[in-house]
Write a protein that binds this ligand. Structure first.
Ligand code: BDP
Length: 328
């Protein structure tokens, strides 16, 4: 073999080995998101994907599937747990039934306002919630905002707890929410997000509860025109990754992915603030009948049994609940 041939062969061999090592390292993650293209979470998850690619130098790429095309949220959470999907933007509501620590954020009125929720999540309470999620195979890389959820329905303004009596109200899949509606004398109807519009339209349910951006983006305001500002739940969301997928990465790539998630959360929170205002404006222009609730304490007292029952069944969570309540 002459010198040139040998050199060419050895270059080819090096490239082959390099190619192998690159492809052995490079992974593509499939990502789940329930929201439509222009929603803050969607824009932020796309940003996350872009940042992951850039920060890991292509070692990790994320292919996002938006608008819930990969299935319902409880199913997607399960898929990320077992590794069928790598990553998702999840609301902690449907995670709660699988991870007790994560469920404390679904106790009605546990957070006073968004600032309180941020401080709790950024501190020790957030660490405990993350640890609870890690136990079921989900690593929370960053927290997204989801505003405060209020009641809306097609029948009447809700001013006091008694107004919920007899109403069929859609809730996310979580017994705490069913208990919350039952405590007000309503009929809870757990249902996938994608089914709520038709159910409101055809009268399968009378109402539901959500933040301004989701009330608007789903078109629910077109079929349930009374929005009553109860703000009974402030539920954070996560960018959650399958534990094995994350732990299999090099330390440098883990950091890159975490940084990407945190940067995307900064963007999400900015976009969220703006969207909460523009969504509210949009539905009001469309003729939504909006009311404040004069006495929110009445709702808090009516929902208190939900806390009592939950903590009686989960006494080990009392310290975490107190930690949240005492977060200044
Ligand atoms: C939205 C959340 C989304 C939930 C949805 C719901 O962002 O994750 O699936 O509410 O009510 O606010 O199901």
């Amino acid at each position: 073999m002459n010198y040139l041939k040998k050199a060419a062969l050895s270059i080819a061999a090096t490239a082959f080995v390099a190619g192998l090592s690159v492809s052995a390292q490079a992974v593509e993650w499939r990502g789940w998101n329930i929201h439509k293209p222009d929603y803050p979470n969607t824009v932020a998850m796309d940003k996350f994907a872009e940042l992951v690619d850039a920060k890991t130098g292509g070692n990790v790429t994320v292919k996002m599937f938006h608008s819930g095309v990969l299935g319902s949220q409880p199913d997607a959470i399960e898929q990320v747990r077992i590794g069928g999907l790598a990553i998702g933007n999840f609301n902690l509501g449907p995670i709660g039934p699988m991870a007790a620590e994560a469920n404390v954020v679904s106790l009605p009125f546990i957070f006073k306002d968004m600032g309180h929720m941020h401080r709790a999540l950024d501190g020790e309470a957030g660490d405990k919630i993350s640890a609870g999620m890690a136990k079921i195979g989900l690593i929370a890389l960053a927290w997204y905002d989801s505003g405060a959820r209020s009641f809306y329905n097609s029948k009447k303004p809700i001013m006091e707890p008694a107004d919920v009596k007899g109403l069929k109200v859609r809730v996310m899949n979580n017994d705490l929410y069913s208990g919350m509606i039952a405590a007000l004398g309503g009929n809870p109807s757990p249902m996938a997000f994608s089914e709520v519009y038709q159910s409101l339209k055809t009268g399968v349910v009378d109402g539901a509860e959500n933040n301004w951006p989701s009330y608007e983006s789903t078109g629910h305001f077109e079929v349930a025109g009374y929005y009553s500002l109860s703000q009974h739940l402030i539920i954070p969301e996560c960018v959650c990754v399958n534990a094995k997928a994350y732990n299999d990465l090099s330390a440098a790539d883990q950091k890159a992915v975490k940084d990407a998630a945190r940067e995307s959360a900064v963007l999400q929170r900015e976009l969220w603030e703006k969207r909460a205002i523009s969504s509210r404006e949009k539905v009001m222009k469309a003729g939504v009948k909006f009311n404040e609730i004069p006495n929110k304490d009445a709702f808090m007292s009516a929902m208190e049994p939900v806390h009592e029952k939950y903590l009686a069944a989960n006494p080990d969570l009392v310290p975490l609940v107190n930690l949240i309540k005492n977060t200044k």
